[in-house]
Design a protein around this ligand. Structure first.
Ligand SMILES: Cc1ncc(COP(=O)(O)O)c(C=O)c1O
Length: 435
């Protein structure tokens, strides 16, 4: 191919990404159809009041046309009403919130789940100059990486450490910890931003208030912008603190990311938002205008109605109870098999430790799996032998730290009860490989 037709490095990538590997494995498995517990999309619809709002929006002329670049006033007002009580002060819908195309927004190698952290791309585009450093905890949501690299940012990784006894005992996801000295050592004069994710994908950790205070103190000391990815903010099973609410000094540095896709079981709607001080949000908004111009109008309207009606529908309480019930239903299989997992404090993923699973020594893995850490082999094996797909989390670590999670697999439990039961039945097939 002529050199001029070569793609730019930012979209090229030379290693097969996890989504291609898992989808190819699923297609090649003799166990069809596969039970897909890998991808974080919902196996069921948003509630009727939200679906009906979307249908009705399509009948309205103004809902089928461009929205203001910052978002539709009705959605901005609904977000301000929903989040002001959580912030403990009145948010200004005209200056402190901006609507984005999903939490992610746009990304060069958006995975097959078609999510992209649009809002987040805008935030990085707004503040990162080539060579600026961004601190990201491992494991990370994979889209951060390309979104930071696009404006030329340099990623500085700080690992989250799993519990030492994670291979032998089920422990709370709270036991995954940050070494704060390691974090402080990662900060340099070029550190511009820090990305936080709570409740966390894939670990299921909800950062405690003391942990957030330590992170925030470092960011205040070094004047680092905090990008707090809180897309699972309605799914927490322990007390949840929003870092922006710790103090006015912290709030001044914080952009909080939200996602209607996660909140309303509609990941394909691509509606997200950012909340923060006007001095930061205005530039996120400016970048968003250049990237997407504006976001999908009828679905913004539906999300506005979703927020307006959620309290009367008792939706936020129901969705926590519902997900906890799915978690309990699914995780019963690990208790039955004697395989430990990290008990999630939030979100809809569970990390299971499969160090007790012995893979047959002569098993024929394809070369692109054989060369990856053990979790890729575990994922491949589960797909081929049992017909259950899960995600190998070492994909969310740098090569140097991939070994930290090579015994884990991530399962998404946002699936119907039938699917969860089917997965459990198939996973019973692991018994003969457990030592
Ligand atoms: C931690 C995290 N942030 C952001 C996103 C993307 O959200 P959205 O689909 O609204 O772009 C996801 C989706 O999986 C996620 O897990």
């Amino acid at each position: 191919m002529s050199a001029k037709l070569q793609p730019a490095a930012r979209v090229k990538g030379n290693r097969k990404d996890v989504w291609s590997i898992i989808n190819e494995a699923a297609a090649a498995s003799p166990n069809q159809p596969i039970v897909n517990m890998g991808q974080g999309f919902f196996g069921y619809n948003p509630p009727d009041f939200i679906i009906n709002a979307a249908k009705q929006a399509l009948d309205r002329v103004e809902c089928n046309q461009y929205s203001p670049t910052r978002g539709r006033p009705r959605l901005l007002k609904a977000l301000a009403d929903a989040y002001s009580p959580l912030w403990g002060r009145q948010l200004d819908w005209q200056t402190e919130i901006t609507v984005t195309t999903g939490a992610n927004e746009a990304s060069p190698h958006a995975d097959s789940l078609a999510h992209s952290v649009a809002g987040m791309l805008s935030a990085f585009m707004a503040f990162i100059e080539p060579g600026d450093e961004v601190i990201v905890f491992e494991p990370f949501f994979d889209q951060y990486i390309s979104n930071i690299e696009m404006p030329g940012g340099k990623i500085v990784y700080v690992p989250m450490h799993p519990p030492k006894e994670g291979g032998v005992r089920t422990l709370s996801a709270a036991e995954w910890t940050i070494d704060f000295d390691e974090l402080e050592r990662a900060i340099t004069p070029r550190t511009k931003m820090l990305v936080l994710n709570t409740p966390h994908n894939p670990v299921g950790k909800v950062y405690s208030k003391p942990e957030l205070e330590k992170i925030a103190a470092l960011c205040v000391k070094h004047q680092i912008i905090i990008l707090s990815d809180e897309v699972y903010d309605r799914l927490y099973y322990v007390p949840f603190t929003r870092i922006a609410t710790l103090s006015p000094e912290v709030e001044r540095l914080t952009i909080t990311v939200g996602s209607a896709g996660k909140n309303f079981y509609a990941t394909g709607w691509r509606v997200g938002w950012m909340i923060g001080p006007q001095e930061l949000i205005q530039y996120v908004s400016a970048a968003h205008t250049r990237i997407c111009y504006s976001s999908v109008s009828p679905l913004q309207e539906a999300c506005a109605i979703g927020f307006e009606q959620a309290p009367a529908e008792d939706f936020w309480t129901t969705c926590v109870a519902d997900m906890q019930q799915r978690m309990a239903r699914f995780n019963a299989i690990w208790d039955e098999l004697g395989l430990p997992y990290s008990e999630p404090e939030g979100g809809y993923f569970v990390m299971v430790n499969l160090s007790k699973v012995s893979l047959p020594a002569d098993y024929a893995f394809p070369p692109h799996v054989a060369e990856r850490p053990r979790d890729f082999k575990l994922a491949w094996f589960l797909i081929q032998e049992l017909g259950v797909a899960a995600i190998p989390p070492s994909e969310f670590y740098t090569d140097a730290n991939a070994h930290i999670v090579e015994d884990y697999l991530r399962f998404a439990v946002c699936k119907t009860d039938d699917v969860l039961e089917d997965a459990k039945e198939r996973l019973r097939g692991l018994k003969k490989y457990i030592v």
